[in-house]
Design a protein around this ligand. Structure first.
Ligand code: SF4
Length: 440
């Protein structure tokens, strides 16, 4: 077997690249590497904005920046998809990605045979939770294992100690599944959309109410009705979801009419030293479907925290505060320090909310002659409202003072979803700057 070992020697920040813009943003904000989906064969088939053709451009862009790009082909293809999967494999390997992220053992074996020099990373969907499995994959020639998110730090450390010679990657930030990652059938059962084929509807986040099968909606907290519901035969109950009127999902066991499967989001920024000590060399941020703004803020926070640790400096709590300002379902450190049990879930709602600091807009261009920056407006802001300018280098507060429309007329406010506006800035903030509203 020909296996080229290109193991990394320095820990890396690995950021999501849902499309070309997010890829460039991630690199600008400090990612060492990005991961991007192959259309049809990764777990984000709905949203990925890369075509097979545009992947070539993405790979060239990343390599010009001397960074790395890993391509995800981590679905478990049924027989019908195997040939197409292999054709895709043969198409993308010559493009020169730094690794392929795969999960299916059969596809991995075929990939090894067809492209022996191509580094392979084992997807978290393969749920590696012990050293024996890690040794198995190493001996098969995989370069890296993306560990199961359900592992404790001491378990990771044992895998690292017992299985030298394989890189370990761990998720540090983002949404997590309520089931062992990728082993969930909720979306498939309720909506015929298979999580392992890339079409998950995130059904674990929905708001459920229980009703009799004949359709009368019940308030589960409403006294007698609730009691009736709980004593009704299980096969006679269905779930309704607030955003899907008219749809009824049969259930087979009692539930509490709430967000009963909604995991909190992972945030392990304060555990970076422990993760590195456990043998993790790649810190992965989840979120290919999230915005460029999310990519920017998360990547920069983890970059700063990792660099501070490597330089022997203390963790700066401001990096955590930056993550708190992002929309989130409240944070958890997952399984790294203990089993979170019920504290790992948010039963209150399925929304992803920050602490009132929404993105105001994105800087599209800057004209040094007039000193005006053109903005794509995301959320309403007014001319006398202090905003935070976010750049790869850091944050600073600004007061727009003037907001101009495309004809140069003064506006009191800029409105999200409306036309672009221009505001004065004292210097060019560069191509990847955002403006954020302050706490309200
Ligand atoms: S429904 Fe939720 S738990 Fe299941 S695969 Fe999708 S995101 Fe994961």
């Amino acid at each position: 077997m020909l296996y080229i070992c290109t193991m990394i020697t320095k820990p890396e920040i690995l950021a999501p690249a849902g499309d070309m813009d997010k890829l460039k943003t991630a690199l600008a904000y400090g990612a060492d590497a990005v991961y991007a989906g192959i259309p049809k064969f990764s777990l984000r088939t709905r949203e990925t904005a890369f075509s097979t053709e545009s992947l070539q451009e993405a790979i060239e862009y990343v390599h010009k920046k001397d960074k790395k790009i890993y391509l995800t082909l981590n679905i478990f293809p049924h027989n019908l998809k195997v040939e197409a999967f292999l054709r895709e494999l043969d198409t993308v390997v010559p493009m020169g990605p730094d690794a392929l992220i795969m999960a299916d053992p059969g596809m991995i074996a075929l990939a090894r045979d067809r492209h022996p020099a191509m580094p392979l990373h084992l997807s978290t969907q393969a749920n590696t939770v012990n050293w024996a499995a890690a040794a198995f994959w190493r001996d098969l020639g995989l370069q890296r294992i993306i560990l199961s998110r359900e592992l404790r730090l001491d378990e990771i450390a044992e895998i690292h100690a017992r299985v030298p010679g394989i890189e370990l990657e761990a998720f540090v930030h983002g949404a997590i599944c309520i089931a062992y990652s990728g082993r969930c059938l909720i979306s498939n059962y309720l909506h015929f959309r298979d999580a392992n084929q890339g079409t998950c509807t995130n059904s674990c986040r929905w708001e459920y109410r229980m009703a009799y099968e004949r359709g009368s909606l019940l308030d589960i907290e409403g006294g007698q009705k609730a009691a009736d519901a709980l004593s009704a035969p299980a096969e006679g109950l269905v779930l309704h979801e607030s955003e899907r009127p008219g749809e009824a999902f049969p259930i087979s066991e009692d539930m509490h009419g709430t967000y009963l499967m909604n995991s909190k989001d992972l945030c392990a920024i304060e555990l970076i030293p422990e993760l590195l000590r456990s043998g993790v060399c790649s810190l992965k941020i989840e979120g290919r479907t999230k915005s460029s703004y999310y990519t920017a803020v998360t990547t920069r926070a983890y970059r700063r925290a990792l660099d501070a640790h490597l330089a022997g400096k203390l963790f700066d709590p401001e990096d955590l505060r930056e993550l708190m300002r992002l929309s989130n379902r409240t944070y958890t450190t997952g399984f790294y320090t203990r089993n979170p049990r019920q504290y790992g879930e948010n039963y209150e709602d399925g929304l992803s909310e920050g602490i009132g600091e929404a993105v105001a807009g994105r800087v599209l261009a800057y004209d040094p002659g007039s000193g005006l920056a053109e903005l794509e407006v995301k959320n309403r802001f007014s001319q006398n409202e202090t905003l935070t300018l976010i750049t790869p280098e850091g944050n600073r507060d600004i007061l727009p003072c003037r907001i101009l429309d495309d004809k140069g007329r003064n506006l009191e406010c800029a409105h999200g979803g409306g036309k672009n506006v221009r505001i004065p800035l004292t210097e060019d903030p560069g191509p990847f700057a955002f403006l954020r509203k302050k706490s309200i």
